[in-house]
Design a protein around this ligand. Structure first.
Ligand code: URA
Length: 453
């Protein structure tokens, strides 16, 4: 085969076979196809699209380019969770110990922040000593010991995706639904899981700006997961406003500790409990399923709702009893971090220079634009524009008010935590303009937009 023929075929809108995709991706991973040819192929794929079979073939090839964890020796259901990325999205850090405290094994390979979105790995690294670059052996041992583990994508996991993602980042080929779906799913399917819940974000702070795009991405990832025998559900959730009260790495860990202590903000708690109950639901389905492993049974929606309600109560009890927090302490300790941050969050380094942002008028908070808050946080140094950039884990933004709150002129809406003055003025303007104040109380936000079973 020749790369040029496959590029031409895709350029002309034709469909590639599984063998052709396999050859192209494997040759690129071995550096036998150069970046310039792969860039052309990616652009042709972005413009012409990939059908479901091509997308599944691409996912399988990227997953099989590295190690696929074999966790069959662990009898319990192993359920993964993934978010397509957002602002203030610290959900994984709470869900992993919460679900482990409810008896579900949760292996997680997470990412770093890029562009305006934050990353779970950066957030965890703000815990002193916490190791996120676990070898496959340490990953497996921690999972055995604690029931959950969160690590970064090592070079052993889906190396083809790693190489392709870097190339997409600099060739304007990230924004393609089949490329995003296959990239995410290749890593998730390497985790050795038998169930998966996806949180597809939609809104100003998300990759997907419209419900239509979010549904297309969610459905494609659900189809890929199920084609591989992994029971996959997706939720579409709102990312028009930052989740919870904080944006910025150490600040978000402090908030996670508060959530696990039972002091979570309503919006983030809703996302955590809905995703968590779905994870428990899938785990139970897997336990019940005997001979037909991998065959997906779609349930009547009212039954699903009732079952999800039971699971939610169970998860709330794990927070209220302190079991979930205990599991978080175990997880921090097993990954080399200082567990004292839980009783004493003052051990987290948070920038001590602060700038309050005040309301200019009386009224109700109508909206807090997630994208503007995220851009402000990147300007302060909390985010990166290139994957190699160093970031400042101690800076960020605390939201004192959320949408729907009534405010008086002069009330503090948010606090900026900063170290450097460089971009401060611009960061302040962005936070000020992120808050939209109106005279009428807005309708409550719809956080959970759709469940894709
Ligand atoms: N996250 C990924 O892992 N891959 C993408 O393509 C986009 C977001």
């Amino acid at each position: 085969m020749r790369a040029v023929d496959l590029i031409r075929k895709k350029r002309d809108g034709k469909t590639l076979t599984k063998e052709e995709i396999n050859w192209l991706i494997n040759s690129y991973t071995r550096a036998e196809v150069p970046d310039y040819q792969m860039s052309a192929f990616l652009m042709a794929s972005l413009l012409r699209g990939l059908n479901k079979e091509e997308t599944i073939a691409l996912t399988e090839t990227m997953r099989d380019s590295g190690e696929v964890l074999d966790l069959r020796e662990m009898a319990d259901p192993k359920i993964g969770k993934h978010s397509t990325g957002g602002v203030g999205d610290k959900v994984s850090i709470v869900l992993a110990p919460l679900l482990a405290s409810a008896g579900v094994v949760v292996p997680m390979i997470a990412g770093r922040g890029l562009g305006h979105t934050g990353g779970t790995i950066d957030k965890l690294e703000s815990i002193p000593g916490f190791k996120t670059d676990l070898s496959v052996i340490d990953f497996r041992n921690t999972l055995w010991e604690v029931g959950t583990v969160i690590s970064s994508q090592t070079s052993a996991i889906a190396p083809a995706d790693r190489k392709l993602y870097r190339l997409r980042d600099v060739t304007a080929t990230v924004e393609s639904i089949p490329l995003i779906a296959s990239s995410i799913m290749s890593k998730k399917l390497a985790e050795g899981i038998n169930g998966l819940v996806l949180d597809v974000k939609v809104g100003s702070g998300a990759f997907m700006q419209t419900m239509e795009e979010a549904e297309e991405l969610a459905q494609l990832m659900v189809d890929i997961g199920n084609s591989q025998g992994v029971k996959t559900f997706a939720l579409i959730t709102d990312m028009d406003e930052p989740l919870g009260k904080t944006v910025g790495n150490a600040l978000e860990i402090r908030e996670c500790i508060n959530i696990l202590k039972g002091r979570g903000e309503e919006d983030i708690l809703e996302v955590i409990l809905t995703l968590g109950s779905l994870m428990l639901y899938i785990a139970e389905e897997i336990l019940e399923e005997t001979e037909e492993v991998g065959v997906f049974k779609i349930k009547e929606e009212p039954i699903v709702k009732e079952k999800l309600y039971e699971k939610r109560i169970n998860l709330e009890s794990k927070i209220n009893s302190g079991d979930a927090l205990e599991k978080f302490i175990e997880m921090i300790t097993a990954q080399g971090g200082n567990p004292e941050v839980v009783p004493n969050p003052g051990l987290l380094t948070i920038a001590d220079k602060i700038m309050p942002i005040k309301a200019a008028q009386d009224g109700f908070i109508n909206r807090i634009d997630a994208r503007k808050i995220a851009e402000s946080s990147v300007l302060l140094g909390a985010g990166r524009n290139k994957i190699e950039d160093e970031i400042d884990l101690s800076v960020g933004i605390t939201l004192n008010k959320k949408s729907g709150s009534e405010v008086k002129a002069g009330d503090i809406l948010a606090v900026i935590h900063y170290n450097k003055e460089d971009n401060l003025q611009e960061a302040i303007s962005l936070v000020e303009s992120a808050f939209e104040i109106s005279s009428e109380k807005p309708e409550p936000r719809e956080i959970i937009k759709k469940l894709i079973l």
